[in-house]
Design a protein around this ligand. Structure first.
Ligand code: SF4
Length: 159
């Protein structure tokens, strides 16, 4: 018997899954919990959400996610694939960034649109894992510069 917490909705039911009895699920308040409990033991999957680099846009990172869940065991590989991507602005919401991610059948898609900015022409090659020049302070600085470059200018009124 395996115990786990259902993450399908905020209620967080405590499930018991009996592997020796056809993956029978108890403790669930709805059928979705039973399905989650069975899948979690047989073939756990997750939707990947992360960000990728953007060049020539008003922001330097683009939020992305997979359009369907992928095997949980492939999440780190998928993160590596996303980390190697650099997208050219403009980006449309829902635009496919990586098609058929790692052969899973899921597409990595843009979570929002990003307009062309041109404030930060970027010729830097894709970073190695953990060494992105656009993380932490450097990224904050770029965002801050981007904001200053694109904020509305005050309108001067005749006195
Ligand atoms: S079993 Fe149903 S009600 Fe309970 S957490 Fe899962 S989805 Fe929500």
């Amino acid at each position: 018997m395996k115990e786990l917490v259902c993450i399908v909705c905020p209620r967080g039911c405590r499930l018991q899954v009996d592997e020796e009895n056809g993956y029978a699920v108890t403790g669930n308040s709805c059928p979705r919990g039973a399905e989650y409990g069975r899948n979690e033991l047989k073939n756990p999957t997750r939707v990947l959400t992360t960000t990728v680099r953007v060049t020539g846009g008003v922001h330097c990172r683009l939020p992305v996610k997979t359009d369907t869940a992928i095997p949980k065991g492939m999440l780190f590989q998928a993160m590596e694939a996303a980390n190697a991507v650099c997208v050219e602005a403009p980006v449309q919401p829902g635009q496919v960034i990586i098609e058929n991610l790692l052969g899973t059948g899921a597409n990595l898609i843009a979570g929002r649109g990003i307009g062309k900015g041109g404030a930060f022409p970027d010729t830097t090659p894709p970073p190695l894992r953990g060494t992105s020049p656009y993380t932490g302070e450097a990224c904050r600085e770029r965002h801050s510069n981007s904001f200053l470059a694109h904020r509305p200018q005050p309108v001067s009124r005749p006195s």
